[in-house]
Each structure stands twice: as C-alpha cells, then as structure tokens.
Design a protein around this ligand. Structure first.
Ligand SMILES: Cc1cc2nc3c(=O)[nH]c(=O)nc-3n(C[C@H](O)[C@H](O)[C@H](O)COP(=O)(O)O)c2cc1C
Length: 444
C-alpha cells in the first residue's frame, strides 16, 4: 500500500447523480423514500472500504417539482439510521451556516458522533440562492462575502462549543453524587457580529473531539475559508489543469495558518459511467442523456449559476454572462469557462452537465476509470475522489467490484480499514480540548 492512501467518499443522492437517474430502468424510484435504500448504500460503501458517505442538503426545493426526484430525508436524521447498520464508514452531512443556529448544529453533529462512535463529518455550506433565503424570513441571500464572514464566526463558535467540555470532564462518581467536574466544563461567552452564545454545550465532548470539517466552496472567499478551517474539500473541475491549479493554490495557503499540507485533503468529484467495453459505457451515457427533460435541466442550470436561461434557444450558444454572481461563484465560473472553451450550445451544455452538475463525467471501462483516478492522484490534482455514481445502487456496486480491485492491485487503495473513526480514515489528528493547553484556533 503506498505511503499516501487514496481517499474515496461516496456522494449519495437518491437513486443516482445523473439528473434523469430515476427514469432509467436500472433504478427504482419507489426507494427514494425508503430508509432501507440508504442503509443498504452505506453498507455497500463500507464493504467497499470507502472512507465515508456524504449526503448533500438544501433548504429549498431544488429544480422544478414536476420533473425532479424529490429529496425526502434531512441528512443528519438519515445518517443516524445509516450509523445504526454500519460500524466503520464515515458519515458526512451538509448543514448551512446561514440558516441554522450554531448551538443547535453543534448538538446535531455531536449526537451523530456519539451515536456512530466517532464517524461524523460536516460539509460546511453558506447556502447560495434567494429561494433558500425566502424560507427563512428573508427576501434574498446575503452577499457572498458576508456569507463567508458569518461562516467564519460560526466556526469559531461551534469549535468552542465542542471544546466546552474537557475529555475528562465526566467523572460519574455515584458515591459522591458528582457526575462531572465543573472545573472541566466552561462557558464560551461568545459575543460577535452575528452570534451571541454563552455555552457550554449540553453534550459531553465527542469521540473525535470535533466532527471532520469539510467544505465545498472554491471561490476566492471559499478557498480562504477552507485554508483556515477545512480538513477535507470537495470541489468540481472539468480539466486536470484546473484541478492541479486549485490543489496547489489551496495547499499553498495552509502554512499561513500554521497548518501542514496533509492536514487538508482535496477530493474532486467524479461521475464514473462504467461499461465492460467503452462502447457499452457510451451507450449507457447516451441512454441517460436521452432521458433528460430540457425544461428541467435549463431551470436547474439557471438556479445553479444564478442566471435565468429559461426561454433561451437550446441550439444557440449562451447569452453574454455577467463577470460573477452572488450565488455559487466557482460553479458559475466552471460552467461559463466550459461553455466558452468548447463553444457549446445550451443543449450541448445541458448534456455535459446532466451527469454531474459540473463535476467531471468519465465514461469508460474499469481500467480507464482506474487510470483516470491514478493520474489525478499521482500528479498533484487530488488526494482522493468524491465518487458520484450515476445510478444507485448499481453504479456504486459496479465501481466497487471492478475499479477498486484495480486500484488495490496498484497499491493505491486500502484493502481493509485500519482505524475506527472518520479522522482515522482520513489520517487526521483529533483536536485537543484546549483545557490544559491553548485551544488550537486557526490564526488570521
Ligand atoms: C461536492 C460538492 C457538494 C456540495 N454540496 C452542497 C450542499 O449539499 N448544499 C449546498 O447548499 N451547497 C453545496 N455545494 C455548493 C458549495 O457549498 C458552494 O456553494 C459552491 O461550491 C460555491 O461556492 P463558492 O461561491 O465559494 O465558489 C456543494 C459543492 C460541491 C463541490
């Protein structure tokens, strides 16, 4: 096994990441609302030796309800059910710093980490888009930069709450009637621009100290935030050049926060469309594309990049686009660059985005997918991948049965787990509680 292990996260979404997955005969849309479907996916990913499973989340309806497979479960609730049927695989959920209170969120992830024996991870999002804001008594989303300022303060609050009980605070002395040592529990007395939080948290310190901190924003603000707080970064890239540039940029910022390059893992997304032959894989890709509903795809693209394309002629190139947007800035830039670089019409762009919303779609044999993964991993573009199976569960089982054996034969991927917590799998240290030594809060 190589010194530097490849990390694989299974990004789970309904019955598959391709936007038309629920219409394909190889899936069963009736399972979208069945918790056993997701429990099975977690067991499949664990049997495959994945580091973690990840559930995305939004606080609004995505796309149009007519043509979109509905998201049924809130992710932390669902991960708790998945924790009950697994023992090693990490459990990562998205939660928003813009539309939740830090005290509540600190408890949610603390509970998941206690329940799972140290396998919780949090994908930190600031939530782009006005539609979400309109579910929280606001007319529009806050400005991009302000969303990240709020997220920075939010992280200072939740990490202080997770450190408000020392590891040895709980004493359970029934003779004396002392359950905890009050000198090992403290208030945080946070008074900031966005939050005032007294503390302590009403949950003893968790197995991992802090849940694994994940982030997925690749804009300038996003990278600055990630370099300070993130331990794993999910990102989207269409080319290996852009992947390498992002990787070098982010790793290069860590020293400024007193962090080592291995303290953060970069995981680009990959949508593997597999076949025993290349032709067979292409056939599957075409089948899926034919099931795309253009009206729905245009609506999703408009929401994703924050530019209204509804009614734009499908066989025309995109209209002139603004310099940037207030929403998901890096995704907007990725889509604009892709359309311009390849001179795509709107219809062609929808087909390119159908499989992975901007993440790279790789269509081919298990050998070709393994070669692609190895190239990015060994040439400075990735520490691992966010695997987005186009169809679930079949696309995930196929990858585990055909691609992972190749990666193992090349000494790139684990044959079995060597640790029990999510941090163990990612090779990341457990943060100290800061009671006997200064709390390690990133500088700047
Ligand atoms: C793999 C991945 C998963 C994401 N999951 C979510 C999610 O669950 N919920 C969400 O609101 N945004 C999600 N995002 C979007 C990011 O949080 C962020 O808004 C986007 O990448 C733009 O960030 P930027 O404006 O800093 O470039 C995800 C992005 C990526 C790459």
């Amino acid at each position: 096994m190589s010194e530097r292990p490849l990390h694989l996260n299974a990004f789970l979404m309904g019955v598959g990441h391709h936007e038309a997955a629920w219409r394909h005969p190889r899936t069963d849309p009736a399972r979208l609302g069945d918790v056993r479907h997701y429990q099975e996916l977690a067991r499949i990913a664990e049997a495959g030796g994945f580091d973690s499973v990840f559930l995305a989340d939004g606080v609004q309806v995505w796309g149009d309800v007519e043509h979109t497979a509905a998201q049924v479960f809130e992710p932390i609730t669902l991960l708790t059910a998945m924790a009950a049927v697994t023992s090693r695989i990490g459990l990562i959920a998205t939660a928003s710093t813009s539309y939740s209170e830090p005290f509540n969120l600190a408890r949610w992830f603390a509970s998941l980490d206690h329940i799972s024996g140290g396998r919780a991870g949090w994908n930190i999002v600031t939530t782009a888009g006005d539609r979400a804001a309109q579910n929280f008594s606001l007319g529009a989303a806050a400005d991009h930069a302000e969303r990240y300022e709020r997220a920075d303060e939010y992280l200072r609050v939740v990490t202080a709450l997770w450190d408000s009980w020392a590891d040895d605070a709980v004493v359970v002395d029934r003779n004396s009637g002392r359950f905890a040592d009050p000198d090992r529990v403290r208030e945080i007395a946070h008074a900031g621009r966005f939050h005032q939080v007294r503390g302590p948290l009403n949950t003893p310190r968790i197995p991992q100290g802090h849940p694994l901190l994940v982030q997925a924003g690749s804009s300038a603000d996003g990278k600055a935030f990630a370099a300070k707080w993130a331990e794993a970064v999910f990102t989207a890239h269409q080319t290996i050049e852009s992947g390498r540039e992002f990787y070098a940029d982010l790793k290069g910022r860590l020293a400024g926060h007193g962090r080592g390059v291995d303290s953060l893992k970069v995981l680009p997304g990959i949508v593997p469309i597999l076949g025993s032959t290349e032709a067979e894989a292409r056939r599957l890709a075409d089948e899926l594309d034919e099931l795309i509903v253009p009206a729905r795809a245009v609506r999703q693209l408009s929401e994703m990049i924050g530019v209204d394309l509804i009614g734009h002629p499908l066989d025309q190139p995109l209209p002139p686009l603004p310099e940037t947007v207030n929403g998901a800035q890096s995704r907007f830039a990725l889509v604009r660059d892709l359309a311009e670089r390849e001179r795509l019409t709107l219809r062609q762009l929808l087909s390119r985005l159908g499989g992975g919303r901007g993440h790279q779609v790789v269509t081919g044999t298990p050998e070709q997918i393994a070669d692609h993964i190895e190239l990015w991993f060994t040439t400075g573009a990735a520490d691992g991948f966010n695997v987005m199976a186009p169809l679930l569960p079949s696309g995930l089982t196929e990858l585990i049965d055909t691609v992972l054996p190749i990666l193992r034969s090349r000494g790139l991927f684990r044959a079995e787990y060597t640790g029990t917590t999510l941090r163990d799998h990612y090779g990341l240290a457990r943060p100290a509680d800061g009671f006997d030594s200064p709390r390690l809060v990133p500088a700047g």
